[in-house]
Ligand binder design. Structure first.
Ligand code: AMP
Length: 369
């Protein structure tokens, strides 16, 4: 995902797909044109990349020129009062093919046809790399179309959003759903995830989902999910992936307006991390960071035993169960550190110190995302 000015864009059409579409157009046009030497006319600014890459693929001799559409002095943004500048070449008797980057409403074509009406060209054809059929309002025939796309704003490959994005080698589509900040808060049992998540959700207006809390809520209410989870939790073992993933997805779906999530205690396995990526992707979003609280084992055992005295959690009362949970955490979740490190999303934070100091350290990471 990229940001241009105030908007976010997601990858839409790859450089390879563009390349293939241009190759098809070049072959098709070359075949139709036969022995003639065509004049390709690019319309600036957007078409500079299309024309450059297209003519390199065109298998036979051709000529290339550019024109530009400009508003008359002092008159801005009226689609009817535009003119083409830069057509200095005599095109009498020539086969002319206008090369456009994109045709959406088709307004530009009005001007193109108006200008060429007075040039005694042999034939005038229109080729465009992208076409938005849903937006097209004209009757002009489009002779060659590379890729049809939905009526959504795109940037890249010559196309801009308020000046930016023309240089991108592939095409991005605007992201219309609101931007979310999604964090995976990580750390061994007793590292203080729950406490910190409470501060962070207020500060950043995020929804906190703790899978452990959801399981405990279900156990308390004696739901079927609770009964199932209890047998694993009491032993300090992980609840099976599919049960946990289904439960998490249901929790996320309950919060359609969320500005983002803090996932606490999830993912704990590679399969869960994959499932989370897919879930975020389906929401046009992503995990922005995995932030791990780092705390020494002996401090953890001490903290959990003292929590067990007041929390009433059976898995906090027994030192061997605690040690098993910590071991389980390191055995099974070390791969997640690798998973998020590989995406440059892993941030380790020292989890020893006062609650405020740790919150500050975490905020330092989040503010830079
Ligand atoms: P926690 O409160 O995060 O320490 O979780 C308590 C217990 O809930 C764990 O020991 C597991 O039995 C279960 N649990 C919580 N989250 C998950 C998860 N993502 N995958 C599997 N089991 C989980």
């Amino acid at each position: 995902m990229i940001k241009l000015h105030d908007k976010y864009f997601k990858p839409f059409i790859s450089g390879k797909q563009i390349d293939e579409a241009l190759q098809r157009l070049a072959d098709e046009i070359a075949e139709d044109v036969g022995d003639e030497i065509p004049v390709f006319v690019g319309i600036l600014n957007g078409s500079f990349m299309v024309v450059s890459d297209f003519v390199k693929k065109y298998p036979k001799p051709c000529e290339v020129t550019f024109i530009k559409l400009a508003s008359y002095e002092g008159v801005k943004s009226s689609e009817d009062i535009q003119r083409l500048i830069g057509l200095t070449q005599d095109l009498t008797g020539r086969t002319v093919i206008v090369l456009e980057d994109i045709i959406d409403t088709g307004n530009t074509l009005n001007e193109v046809y108006r200008i060429f009406k007075n040039e005694q060209v042999k034939s005038l054809k229109i080729a465009t790399l992208f076409h938005k059929p849903e937006a097209y309002k004209k009757d002009f025939k489009l002779h060659y179309v590379g890729i049809e796309i939905p009526n959504k704003f795109i940037v890249g490959y010559g196309l801009d959003y308020d000046g930016l994005g023309r240089n991108l080698p592939e095409v991005y589509q605007i992201k219309e759903t609101q931007y979310m900040t999604n964090l995976v808060l990580f750390g061994p049992p007793g590292a203080g995830k729950g406490t910190q998540a409470n501060f962070l959700k207020e500060k950043y207006n995020l929804v906190h989902i703790s899978t452990g809390d959801v399981f405990r809520y279900n156990i308390k209410n004696e739901t079927a999910l609770g009964m199932l989870a209890k047998s694993y939790m009491d032993k300090g073992e992980l609840v099976p992936d599919q049960v946990t993933i289904d439960m998490l997805e249901a929790e996320v779906e309950k919060n359609t307006d969320a500005k983002g999530f803090i996932f606490d205690g999830f993912p704990r396995t590679h399969a869960q991390a994959d499932a989370l990526d897919k879930l975020m992707d389906s929401k046009d979003s992503q995990i922005n960071a995995m932030i791990a609280l780092e705390v020494d084992d002996e401090i953890l055992v001490e903290r959990l035993l003292s929590r067990g005295k007041t929390s009433g959690r059976p898995d906090d009362a027994d030192e061997s169960i605690i040690r098993n949970r910590i071991k389980e955490y390191y055995d099974k979740t070390a791969i997640l550190k690798d998973y998020y490190s590989a995406q440059d999303k892993y941030f380790g934070v020292d989890g020893v110190g006062s609650i405020e100091d740790i919150t500050k350290r975490l905020s330092g990471v989040i503010d830079k995302l």
